[in-house]
Write a protein that binds this ligand. Sequence first.
Ligand code: GP9
Length: 381
Amino acid sequence: ASIEGWYDENASHFSVADEYKDLKGLLAGKNLIVVHFESLESFALDYTWQGQEITPNLNKLIKNSINFTNVREQIQEGVSSDAELMFNTGLYPTQKGSAFMSYGENEYFGLPKLLKNEGYETSAIHGDMAAFWNRDIVYPNIGIERYVDEELFEDKRYSGLGILDESLFKQSVKEIERSTKPYYSYVMTVTSHTPFTIEEEHRYLGIPWDNHDAGYLESIHYTDHYLGEFYKELEAKGELENTALIVFGDHEGVHKYHDSNLPDNEKKLPFFIHIPGMEEMEINTLGGQVDMLPTILYLLGVDEDLYTDKVMGSNLFREGEGSVVMATGEVLGDPKDYDHLFNAPYISNLIITGDYFRAAEKDVDITPNTQMVEEEKNKSH
Ligand code: GP9
């Protein structure tokens, strides 16, 4: 068995159910704005505090979106950087440490790189130090040409880990306006980062601060509020006419770091693609973060030959109920190709640690994992 063989087997994960065949190319040529939303969990979209929605703006956007409602967290120790890795490269995180930190110089397939080759202007905007998670090294390698880090922000008001998301979104409008169309703009929020100690003046829901979960809910609500302002401003400037807005939660927040009284989240993360004016469509296929990229590539109408030997997930428009391998190695769903899926994070680890896409030798043997597959199957069956 080899990595190439694994990719060949994975081809069936890209075949699309008949009802979704006409969606191919829906995003072709559009500007893409991606909001990587820090610590956003799915339960928060449905949750209310004394009748107030936590995420009224996300909920409104979803009404004109393709909404993937069964996507599970797959990050490892690289946390937010693993979410970026999966979204932009379609690889699973390394099993130890962070791929961004340890393998930042690798040759990567990247959504921004692919779009750049098609004439897109590509940028990332994040209110933190450029070197955090080694982003200043990794970004050029995945095709992000311009990285607007905290140094370049006009309004440098801090909260917690980085610059306030109010400032991030204002800065992002400016960056988007100055970008040549078509563009790919990756906007990364930070205010809803643990430990959720958002200042009183930014707590708009009025949840008593001695409520154990107030910090999480208030900080998510705060970022949602300015995402709503961001959207309005882009709309007013005519920037949304040929644009799709993609939003996803990078990893769990309140359930990851705290004992919480909030509803169980089952490791679900929001992921939706908003196109102004479209009718809401819900896709409930079980999947993970690594499936976001193949799904987007399908919607972009990219020729499959350009990515089926590089990205590792499944197209979420596939037939059937889907399946996912979690960071723990547990497989959810009932895949016909259990071994193939179980092996995926292990294969990805070989790809990243061996800099597979740069290496001339593609015939990498993957047999040592067979024993692990057997052990895991015995545990779960
Ligand atoms: C840091 C931010 C948060 O810049 O992206 O990272 P995390 O601690 O969630 O990995």
